[in-house]
Write a protein that binds this ligand. Structure first.
Ligand code: 3PG
Length: 215
């Protein structure tokens, strides 16, 4: 799957809802009810970060929940790409990008939302065919003002910014022409997961899914 084809698929996934939950799952038992809670609240595209020992099993469990589109985040190596694909991830997200990571996504046929934070990184990814990218870490790297400025010389790239975004500031991003959606962990707080308060997570997802977007 070429980078251009991957970006087409990534755009489709990013357009499903204004927010992609970024999930850090510590307990495999949380995977299914968490996915159900987020999907019920209107957020079908889910990014499970490969940062915990049970992340791949969590992807496996969540991929079975009807109505969801489950991806793997924090892809750093070709081995991560292989493992994510084998676990049933339908897309991948990476904080940055390397040639080896890109080659692995092509070989495995895993649509990648590759991370970039500077004009040169964005241009390098565009050069190989990625017109949809993750802007990371969004708030720390310049926030919505930076993305607005980048949209002038490089309007052909659309972004899913993540990192430091909350319900309150998400509209700053979603109002820009070059933003498809935002990613964030605020819709799945650790405390709510630990307490099994899935209703609270559905409420947060509802608020997030109701955010207006301009593109
Ligand atoms: C991440 O990779 O941790 C994401 O960017 C989520 O960031 P957040 O926890 O600040 O929403």
């Amino acid at each position: 799957m070429t980078p251009a084809e991957q970006s087409l698929k990534a755009a489709e996934i990013c357009r499903l809802a204004p927010v992609v939950p970024v999930l850090v799952i510590d307990d495999l038992a949380h995977a299914r009810p968490l996915a159900e809670a987020l999907i019920a609240g209107g957020l079908p595209a889910l990014e499970v970060t490969l940062r915990t020992p049970c992340a791949l099993d969590a992807i496996r469990a969540m991929a079975e929940v009807p109505g969801g589109v489950v991806g793997a985040g924090t892809l750093l190596t070709p081995a991560d790409v292989k493992a994510a694909k084998a676990a049933g991830a339908t897309f991948g997200v990476s904080p940055g990008a390397t040639d080896r990571l890109i080659a692995a996504c092509q070989d495995e046929g895993l649509p990648l939302l590759p991370g970039a934070a500077t004009a040169s990184e964005i241009m390098a990814l565009l050069e190989v065919g990625y017109s949809v990218q993750k802007f990371f870490p969004a708030e720390q790297a310049g926030g919505a003002a930076y993305l607005k400025a980048i949209g002038a010389p490089i309007p052909q790239v659309s972004f899913c910014p993540t990192g430091g975004i909350s319900l309150k500031i998400a509209p700053d991003y979603l109002g820009l022409k070059n933003i498809l959606c935002v990613g964030g962990s605020w819709v799945a707080p650790k405390e709510a997961m630990a307490q099994g308060d899935w209703a609270a997570i559905t409420m947060l997802a509802r608020e997030a899914s109701a955010l207006p977007r301009s593109s």
